[in-house]
Design a binder for this molecule. Structure first.
Ligand code: IPE
Ligand code: IPE
Ligand code: MG
Length: 240
């Protein structure tokens, strides 16, 4: 499979909606949290694969602003898993020159979670390899509203004037700041919706919707998605 893809035409930025953990567990008569646990193995494999392939940015949707509405035990398990993942993986990520960035509002998280995440960001700040964006307590609408508030504040402080607002300036107020827009967005589990993910950034992204549930998704599936992406005709509104 790896030989099928063109290494010179890789997507710069791949974004993934890691969906289907709950269904994976339910199919096995396990509690939903076991699906999240299994999903961590996929995450590890996919981040490694992106790093090995030389992808510039990977963004994963880990927890949405709407996911707070799940049972509190599931929410706390997800947060605990994230802390464990960071503790276990940070050494290897750092060694592989990966830079960690968070998209989302960290304030409502517990101190333990915030500290773990901030340590990981600090430790990997100067790394120049794969940029690993984790969308955590992320919602695209909240991100857009936040950007508007920040811009309004900077206008009030006379740091910018309203005439200066253009698409580039606006983008810089989003969590993704200067990141290239995602070229490829993958959502596993067969669902075909965005669920409040990267609404601004996905304007010209290519979408791939594999049926596999996230814990079953591995490196070969990533390669297949990249292959599908490479066979799309991206026109960006123009004619050839
Ligand atoms: C994705 O799997 C993980 C998170 C949303 C955190 P789900 O938990 O949404 O799994 P399904 O969609 O219920 O199968
Ligand atoms: C989107 O999945 C959020 C994450 C994968 C973190 P959901 O499972 O929460 O989305 P819906 O509810 O199916 O739209
Ligand atoms: Mg889901």
């Amino acid at each position: 499979m790896l030989d099928k893809i063109n290494k010179d035409k890789l997507p710069r930025h791949i974004a993934i909606i890691m969906d289907g953990n709950g269904r994976w567990a339910t199919k096995r008569m396990l509690p939903r949290i076991m699906g999240h646990k299994a999903g961590i193995d996929s995450l590890r494999e996919i981040v490694r694969a992106c790093s090995d392939l030389g992808i510039e940015i990977i963004t994963v949707y880990a927890f949405s602003t709407e996911n707070w509405n799940r049972p509190s035990e599931e929410v706390s398990f997800l947060m605990k898993l994230l802390v464990e993942y960071m503790r276990r993986e940070i050494g290897e990520l750092h060694k592989n020159n990966v830079r960690i960035k968070i998209l989302g509002e960290l304030e409502p998280l517990t101190t333990v979670t915030k500290n773990e995440i901030n340590d990981a960001i600090e430790m990997t700040r100067a790394n120049t390899g794969l940029q690993f964006n984790i969308a955590l307590n992320y919602g695209s609408r909240a991100e857009l509203v936040r950007a508007c508030k920040l811009i309004a504040g900077d206008i009030l402080n006379e740091k910018i004037s309203p005439d200066e607002i253009d698409e580039e300036l606006f983008s810089n107020y989003l969590y993704t700041t200067k990141d290239a827009d995602p070229d490829l967005i993958i959502r596993t589990s067969g669902e075909q919706r965005l669920s409040n993910f990267l609404l601004w950034q996905c304007a010209y992204s290519e979408f791939v919707f594999p049926d596999k549930l996230w814990p079953d998704f591995g490196k070969d599936d990533l390669i297949s998605a990249i292959y599908e992406y490479q066979n799309r005709d991206r026109r960006f509104g123009t004619v050839k």
